[in-house]
Design a protein around this ligand. Structure first.
Ligand code: MN
Length: 328
């Protein structure tokens, strides 16, 4: 198996621990929470006391999809103290939030993720860029740990996979993703209800945010390249949070004739994230690499340590021209 060494090390850390905390990222999405719920239930079945550490209460669809199973906490403190931290779906370390004090104190840390910008922190990490979701990766970990699958665990993993793959549409959806999903479906999952709750149940804020981002659209190369941007101030004006800001790069890719979509995300005054999507005419991972990022031929990203306007200038001057238009 691909991660045999890591599985062994993870198993050893779990054996040694007596109070585990699992932490998904700030403003967690259904993949972060689903994978955490599935792992927490598995560890509890193995007789390991286990909590899931959140920064705030679950809201909106997350609250509907993830009922209180008794393991949510909002504190990094515990008696006895936590002696193992497992982060799920967290690409960058600052998104560990207040639970980072555990890392600072030297609590052993396992990092399970599939983001291209993962800083590979932690004592053991599985950062699998080919995984459709952290839930897919956690499913394989549960199998490796000889955990027992049940209807609830299967449901939570299925939610994470369906969410992160946009219901099996995005390019990281692999034959393996479908195989796992079919195995999970053997546990009688209400797939239709999950789909509705995830995708037909948008918040007003997310629609407003989408329309704000759509209004930033600029086209280049005769309509083959689309550029959109999410400004930090949009959140406040739309009453939105990061959990409302999903798949915004797809505004560009969904436009007829677009071959190359670029989406900028203003993180703060000195950091702008850039997502790139290609329909195949341009390899976006090669561009991302030039700027210290990474990814796949059709989906990649990087971050620029500069403000939004300067990043936009750079994109228009240096990234857009890399595309060779079909028609001239
Ligand atoms: Mn994810």
């Amino acid at each position: 198996m691909k991660y045999n060494k890591e599985y062994k090390e993870i198993s050893r850390l779990i054996d040694q621990s007596s109070n585990i905390i699992i932490v998904p990222h700030i403003d967690p999405d259904p993949d972060g929470i689903g994978s955490s719920y599935a792992l927490a239930m598995t560890l509890q079945q193995m007789g390991k006391p286990c909590k899931i550490g959140l920064q705030s209460e679950l809201m909106g669809k997350n609250r509907d999809l993830f009922p209180d199973e008794g393991f949510i906490t909002h504190s990094e403190e515990s008696n006895p103290p936590y002696d193992l931290l497992i982060t799920t779906d967290i690409g960058s370390q600052e998104r560990v939030g207040k639970y980072h004090t555990l890392i600072d104190k030297g609590v052993p840390t396992i990092n399970l993720d599939h983001h291209i910008d993962n800083q590979s922190f932690g004592d053991v990490f599985i950062v699998d860029l080919d995984s459709s979701s952290t839930s897919e990766l956690v499913y394989e970990l549960i199998k490796a740990l000889d955990g027992k699958m049940n209807q609830k665990i299967a449901t939570y993993l299925y939610i994470g996979i369906v969410y992160d793959t946009g219901s099996f549409r995005y390019s990281l959806t692999s034959p393996k993703t479908h195989r796992l999903a079919s195995e999970l479906m053997e546990f009688t999952i209400d797939t239709n209800d999950i789909y509705d709750q995830l995708f037909e149940n948008l918040t007003e804020a997310s629609i407003k945010l989408r329309s704000k981002v759509a209004s930033t659209l600029e086209m280049f190369h005769g309509g083959e390249v689309a550029l959109t941007g999410l400004r930090d101030q949009f959140y406040e004006s739309c009453g939105a949070s990061e959990s409302d800001a999903n798949s915004l790069v797809r505004i560009g890719t969904s436009i007829q004739g677009v071959e190359f979509a670029i989406h900028m995300n203003e993180k703060d005054k000195n950091l702008t994230k850039v997502s790139l999507r290609s329909k195949g005419r341009i390899k976006v991972n090669e561009i991302a690499k030039e700027y210290g990022g990474g990814g796949h031929e059709k989906a990649a990203g990087f971050a620029i340590k500069n403000d939004f306007d300067h990043t936009k200038e750079l994109i228009i001057k240096s990234v857009v021209p890399k595309y060779q238009p079909k028609k001239k």
